[in-house]
Write a new protein. Structure first.
Length: 153
C-alpha cells in the first residue's frame, strides 16, 4: 500500500470544507492513517516549498499558508498518490474538471483548498515532514475487502 499527504489549506478550513474534502477520499475507499490540525511556520513552509522559495510569489504563499491552521492528513491505498491527484484535480482550480475537489470547491491557483503529493517519492518525504513517529496508525480497514481485488491488497 502507498501513502500520500493531503494538506487542507486555510481557505478550506475557513470555508468549512474539511468534512467535504475528507469525505471525497473516504468515499473513494482510501484509508485515513494520520490526521491533525497544525499551524505552519516559516521553517516547514520553506522546506515544503523549497522549489518555489526564490519565486516572487513565495511570500504570498507563505503568508496565506500561515493565515489559519491547516489540517494535514495521511491517506493509504493501492496507488494512492495517483488516485488522490485525480480526485483533487489540477492546481489551477478554475480549470479543474467538475467532480474534482478543486473543480467543485475552488476558483484560484493559490486558494485551491488542498495540497496533494505529486509523486510516490515526494509523498514519502512529505509524510515524514508533517507527521512524527507515532502519528501514523496501522489498523485493519475492514471494507478493503470490498474496495480492492485480492491481488491489490
Amino acid at each position: 500500500m502507498e501513502r500520500s499527504l493531503i494538506i487542507i489549506k486555510p481557505d478550506a478550513v475557513q470555508r468549512g470544507l474539511v468534512g467535504e474534502i475528507t469525505k471525497r477520499f473516504e468515499n473513494k475507499g482510501l484509508k485515513l492513517v494520520g490526521c491533525k490540525m497544525m499551524q505552519l511556520d516559516d521553517a516547514i513552509l520553506k522546506e515544503h516549498y523549497a522549489h518555489l522559495i526564490d519565486k516572487p510569489f513565495f511570500p504570498g504563499i507563505s503568508s496565506f499558508m500561515q493565515s489559519t491552521p491547516v489540517i494535514v492528513q495521511c491517506w493509504e491505498g493501492y496507488e494512492a498518490v495517483e488516485s488522490m491527484r485525480i480526485i483533487v484535480g489540477i492546481t489551477k482550480a478554475r480549470g479543474a474538471d467538475a467532480g474534482t475537489v478543486r473543480g467543485d470547491l475552488a476558483m484560484s491557483f493559490q486558494c485551491n483548498v488542498v495540497h496533494a503529493s505529486d509523486s510516490s517519492e515526494n509523498a514519502e518525504i512529505e509524510v515524514k515532514r508533517f507527521f512524527k513517529e507515532g502519528e501514523i496508525f496501522e489498523y485493519n480497514k475492514t471494507d478493503f475487502e470490498h474496495v480492492y481485488a485480492g491481488d491489490e491488497k
